[in-house]
Design a protein around this ligand. Structure first.
Ligand SMILES: *Cc1c(COP(=O)(O)O)cnc(C)c1O
Length: 457
């Protein structure tokens, strides 16, 4: 009789994996965890990141936290706050870089997703699915101008990819103008539009035809259009964020977006607004396009679109443009884009934004927040260069990167999560839930004030 060792080993391994899975599932199931469980979760998380996710995250967390706080593990959330496994509560002013516009686990969004989940989670992809049609109709109603047809995605990057492909197909041109400090995502197509050299360099050459011009410089934009046209490389589209997010909350100069629109019209190019971060009420209007009264040909959405519950994104385009995909709707597809759970989340999210007048609230609370932060920074002009923003999209720019990191660290210690931006760490961003209470705003401001007086220049 021979014993099959490898099969014994396999059995043993399967049992270990099963036991581990059951332990994890039992923790997911729990409403409250005890201290021992919290300790186990923290250890498994830190070990898991070091051995199997990417130890670089641990090094990064150490640069933005004090003492042992790099190992803080998030566990539950509600309203404008989340808690770590040890029960410490944080006011979330970062929120996945602006995904919690309707708050963390907004009950109406959770209900819609749960109700949908009980009936059908994903779709066959072949039959007609109802929620996609209904969400597309809602989007046509709430997006500016004559934006009419929607294509659904799972992320911001995918929305940008879809917009670029649609613009190419519509225009039969291959030149794109993007801007310095832009962030459009990190897939090869969207990265072509993104500006930061550090993220682009290892992957060059990206898709050909991209030119970057300084954001806000209309003369450069005009000259680039003229040059492209004169050398026979006509511009398919200009892609930009109406307010740059990752770039450090950069507001467009007066009339800039209107003038870009005019240039696009003059040269027969499309205008793509990447509203992945500025959309869904963040800037004080449903879309930043409304704020600046400019109608793009294609708008890109994601981040807060799924209500902070489901990953979801979309592009919405004018019929004239989108009809390039009528003949063959399979020209650009994604398996999960527009799935029933994501659509349920997005529909409920838009409902909450409208019913609770959250864009208006963002404008009002944002103005108060901005003023209070400016007051708190008085006397610290040696550290703080500028505080700016629109609605609840606020940036605090320091003279030095280190000050930004030190302020983030100090605020995290005191239970407020803010973050340096990926592209410009001199600026920390404040992008809380649009439902944030005034008391919470006051706490963030007083924390900022306290920390600012403690950090060195
Ligand atoms: C975050 C962001 C993206 C990328 O979205 P992902 O969901 O991370 O792929 C694209 N554009 C803008 C303006 C963003 O802020």
């Amino acid at each position: 009789m021979s014993i099959d060792l490898s099969s014994e080993l396999k059995k043993e391994q399967d049992k270990n994996v099963s036991d581990y899975i059951n332990k994890v599932l039992s923790l997911i199931e729990k409403e409250e965890i005890n201290e021992e469980e919290a300790g186990w979760i923290t250890k498994e998380t830190v070990d898991g990141f070091r051995e199997h996710v990417n130890p670089g995250f641990l090094s990064y967390r150490k640069t933005v936290t004090k003492d042992g706080q790099f190992a803080a593990v998030e566990w539950s959330d509600n309203g404008s706050c989340f808690k770590d496994v040890n029960g410490k509560e944080y006011i979330d002013c970062l929120g996945g870089f602006g995904i919690y516009n309707v708050g963390h686990r907004n009950p109406k969004v959770v209900k819609a997703v749960t109700d949908q989940l009980k009936r059908q989670a994903l779709h066959s992809q072949d039959l007609l699915d109802p929620l996609r049609a209904m969400l597309a109709k809602i989007l046509a109603d709430i997006t500016p101008g004559d934006l009419k047809y929607a294509f659904f995605t799972n992320s911001g990057t995918e929305s940008v990819e879809a917009a670029l492909k649609l613009a190419k197909m519509y225009s039969e041109r291959t030149t794109f103008i993007s801007t310095t400090r832009a962030f459009h995502g990190k897939s090869l197509g969207s990265l072509s539009g993104t500006a930061k050299g550090m993220f682009r360099k290892p992957f060059l050459p990206l898709i050909p035809g991209f030119r970057h011009v300084p954001f806000g410089d209309i003369d450069m934009m005009r000259k680039t259009f003229e040059v492209c046209s004169s050398v026979g490389e006509d511009v398919a589209a200009v892609i930009l964020e109406p307010i740059q997010g990752e770039g450090g909350i950069i507001l467009p100069p007066e009339n800039y977006l209107k003038e870009v629109r005019e240039l696009c019209d003059q040269f027969g190019a499309l205008l793509i607004f990447d509203e992945v971060q500025t959309g869904m009420g963040r800037t004080g209007k449903m879309f930043a396009a409304d704020l600046y009264e400019v109608v793009p040909d294609i708008i890109c959405l994601a981040k807060a679109f799924g209500g902070g519950v489901m990953p979801a994104g979309a592009i919405v385009a004018k019929e004239e443009v989108f009809k390039s995909w009528f003949e063959n709707p399979f020209m650009h597809t994604t398996t999960f884009g527009g799935n029933p759970l994501a659509c349920a989340a997005a529909i409920a999210t838009i409902g909450v934004l409208i019913e609770e007048k959250l864009p208006e609230r963002a404008a009002e609370v944002g103005e108060y927040f901005l003023e209070e932060l400016k007051k708190a920074a008085k006397g610290h002009e040696d550290k703080v260069l500028e505080i700016r923003g629109k609605g609840l999209m606020i940036g605090i720019e320091f003279h030095k990167d280190e000050t930004g990191y030190d302020v983030s660290k100090g605020m995290f210690d005191l239970g407020v999560l803010v973050a340096g931006t990926l592209i410009n760490s001199k600026t920390i961003r404040i992008e809380p839930s649009l439902t944030i209470r005034y008391e919470e705003v006051d706490k963030v401001v007083s924390t900022f004030k306290q920390v600012l007086s403690q950090v060195s220049v």
